[in-house]
Design a protein around this ligand. Sequence first.
Ligand SMILES: [Zn+2]
Ligand SMILES: [Zn+2]
Length: 471
Amino acid sequence: MEPLLRHIVIAVLVLSFLVFTVFFGRLPVFRKTPIGFLHRLIWQYFPALLRRIDSAVTGGRIYRYSSRTWNYLLYEKHPLVIIFFLGLLTISSTLLLFQTYTTFAAWHRLLIPLLLPLPYGFTYLSSRTLPNTVVTHSNHSAQVAAYPYDRILFHPNIFCRTCRLPKPARSKHCSICGTCVARADHHCIWVNNCLGRENYRWFLALLASTAVLLLYGAYLALIVYLYPRVHDRFTHYDHAFPAGLLSAWAPWPLRLKGFREDLNTVMVESIAVGGISVLGVGLLAAMTWPLPLGLLAYHVYLVWAGMTTNEANKWADWRDQMREGNVYIGRLRPSSQYSSTCHAPASSRGGSGAELGWSMSPNGDATSNSTMGRRAASNRSTPTEKNWDDYTPEPPEIKYPYSTVVGGEMWPLAPRQVLVRTENGELPRDPLPPELEGVDPESWERCHSLETVDNVYDLGFADNLREILKG
Ligand SMILES: [Zn+2]
Ligand SMILES: [Zn+2]
């Protein structure tokens, strides 16, 4: 029995760690850490190795079949993860409460029906497509007005080719959902939906309620139900509880050995008292509650920093570029801080830009700049692609009347800086692409650290949170 139990405990621990790595190893905080490496090992190197073996043995047949399933699981809309999560929650809580509910004190019996439905409700709210989360033709003007373009991560006049709309600041197109998502955080397979402007708050509530429920379930099963009963049985033996680790001044190896034996006895006694269901559910809850709590802690950090997961990735890209020493920061002239939030019609940018508050490029060649800008805009998604050496004039493929809404007029902070990566590490030179127009040419400085860069979306923790809760 002992080796079996030990193996179960080790297996559950390893599995918890792997689940964490598989799901969260891609987060920018784990870049260049062993967790990030393990994530790449699991998602890239290992599948590549399997594919090579498969193509040698079966001519790639297994790979083709499995990649179809895999793509379905990861890159298509399906409720399998929701069914798995809610199914596991339902089965576990039924197994636990069926045996224990009537033995609990009155306040537990009241609290349980209040807490248990919460993850179900928040999963439902997170998985629904709420009107403010998606960018549509009808709400586009309001979405553009919600946030200013910071001129670092988000630039005006960039089209989504699929939705055929200019992308509002902080939005991102999701190919799984098939729509542009406002204040996009990430596509979450847990809730089978993109987390964006309106449902992100429900996702935070889902994380918090799941962490609390798991912790509470573990407490009920292990401490409230099992502990007194197992302790009771121990008093029938001549055995201290739990002896090993606490046994005064015994040498450590002996103490650990004693602890292991005691742990084993505790397990056996627990199964005798509560059956495998109470112990199993208690252990499962005890080992999994750090997952939603850890994820919640990461999102609280993002709220504190005024970022979405999508923006955290973009900032991490900039940080990586800064390490290479090719990034310059420029200051916007005060007059152009307004123009950055103004959507001018593309066709009018050459002629009537000045009337609209656009500042021309230093050499006044606005027409060529604007065509280059559209080309650049349609190509850009990360700073690494922002190679403004190879902009070529090209007529825009999509013609859509630009919104005349002045974006972000209510937003308290306006952008003051731009970042640019130059190919050869030399100072940005004329002619500058239009997203750099309005920059004081004397202000270019090499940028080594994100600490010198403004994040206009960060209003301070309390206001960031208020902004998120508003939806
Ligand atoms: Zn789109
Ligand atoms: Zn999505």
